[in-house]
Design a protein around this ligand. Structure first.
Ligand SMILES: Cc1ncc(COP(=O)(O)O)c(C=O)c1O
Length: 385
């Protein structure tokens, strides 16, 4: 391994959302989805070169950036994307919000699976649209779409389906069969599919592959858009660069109209970083996947050995582990572990009270320390009982 994922970079006092939430307290952050690794050297080099230029005027995406995004989708996902289909955006969350505005009217509804990344619930609400939330079903510890429940919940007013694939927080990579079944469902009810695929390059299981919605053929291309960004995979979320792929011209026009005047262009440095990783980031990404896979397996082993009361479902993709600590009987699991020095995300924010989300995109030593703190807190709790 050439990249140094074991080094702990001190991020305190850098305006880091993740670290500075706990400023002045001994709490290790395992919450918001950014990793504690330095970005690939190719990003740092490309940014340094651009910064040297010294002029940072309004910037448009270059021809070579379009080409890089087209090549990336071709080599990684086997889809041939036309240049016109791509729309650059300063983030995936703004794109989710714009999709709600573009493809539904105020009295219409949007279907979302739960648990899910919180903006899936807030984006429809921001646009005064009704959210129809359907729970994923737990099939022997694996979350799956519940088509029966979806059929029961959909109404003639439902116009949009917000998909998260791979799914944050449960780490599922939906199979071709599941996606085709979803497409059948959306066709039957005439729903547009907005597919947030920000975690697409973070598939950890060697036997799984990410299938982008536009790879499902013409049927899907007529009614879908895919949201991607290099931000999670290459740890550059603060550079704010994402792109939306919309093959259908009519949908593209509606989307552009809904963003007009509200969503700014991507910043000059975001484009540069995005192009650098798409052209030269692959070896770093492969090493990252190995590191994350080992971290994931470490957590599973640790919990099994030391805190078997906390259940964890298999993380197929992402660096986020979805934990079920309900057997511990805690009133507020997030606060309990925070008091023990471990900052986690509260499952309630994702639609499932009592659960926790643990971000393992960090050096192994930090992961070990975080888990040890959890173990000590649970041991003390058990002694009291
Ligand atoms: C599913 C999902 N979508 C979007 C985002 C954030 O996207 P952005 O920072 O580009 O707005 C995240 C961040 O964790 C995420 O998990």
């Amino acid at each position: 391994m050439h990249s140094d994922f074991d080094s702990q970079v001190d991020r305190k006092g850098t305006g880091s959302l993740k670290w500075d939430r706990f400023a002045g307290r001994d709490v290790l952050p395992f919450w918001v989805a950014d990793m504690d690794f330095k970005a690939p050297q190719v990003v740092i080099n490309a940014l340094q070169k651009r910064v040297e230029h010294g002029v940072f005027g309004y910037t448009i995406p270059s021809e070579s950036l379009f080409q890089a995004a087209q090549n990336y989708q071709d080599t990684h996902y086997g889809v041939q994307v036309e240049k016109d289909w791509l729309i650059w955006f300063p983030g995936v969350v703004p794109a989710l919000n714009v999709a709600c505005r573009a493809f539904t009217e105020e009295d219409e509804s949007i279907m979302v699976l739960s648990p899910n990344y919180p903006p899936f619930f807030s984006a429809p609400a921001n646009m005064q649209r009704k959210v129809i939330s359907v729970s994923l079903k737990d099939v022997s510890g694996r979350y799956e779409m519940d088509f029966e429940a979806m059929e029961a919940a959909v109404t003639p007013k439902t116009k949009l389906f917000l998909l998260c694939n791979p799914q944050n927080p449960v780490g599922r990579v939906y199979s071709r069969k599941e996606l085709e079944q979803l497409l059948d469902f959306c066709e039957r009810h005439d729903l547009i599919i907005c597919s947030d695929e920000i975690h697409c390059d973070l598939v950890l299981d060697a036997d799984k592959e990410h299938i982008t919605i536009t790879a499902l053929g013409e049927r899907a291309r007529k009614r879908s858009l895919a949201l991607m960004a290099p931000s999670k995979t290459y740890n550059i979320p603060g550079l704010c660069c994402a792109f939306v792929t919309i093959p259908d011209r009519g949908l593209r026009i509606r989307f552009e109209k809904a963003r007009a005047g509200l969503v700014s262009e991507v910043n000059a440095l975001g484009y540069i970083a995005c192009q650098a990783v798409m052209e030269e980031g692959e070896s770093w990404r492969r090493e990252l996947i190995e590191y994350l896979r080992a971290n994931r397996d470490y957590i599973v082993d640790f919990l099994k050995k030391h805190i078997p009361q906390i259940k964890i479902n298999h993380v197929e993709a992402t660096y986020l582990a979805w934990m079920d600590p309900r057997e511990l009987g805690l009133d507020n699991a997030k606060m309990f572990f925070e008091q023990a020095g471990v900052g986690l995300s509260d499952g309630a924010d994702y639609g499932l009270k009592g659960f926790l989300r643990f971000n393992f995109g960090c050096p192994r030593a930090m992961l070990e320390e975080g888990l040890m703190r959890m173990k000590r807190a649970v041991d003390l709790l058990e002694q009291k009982h």
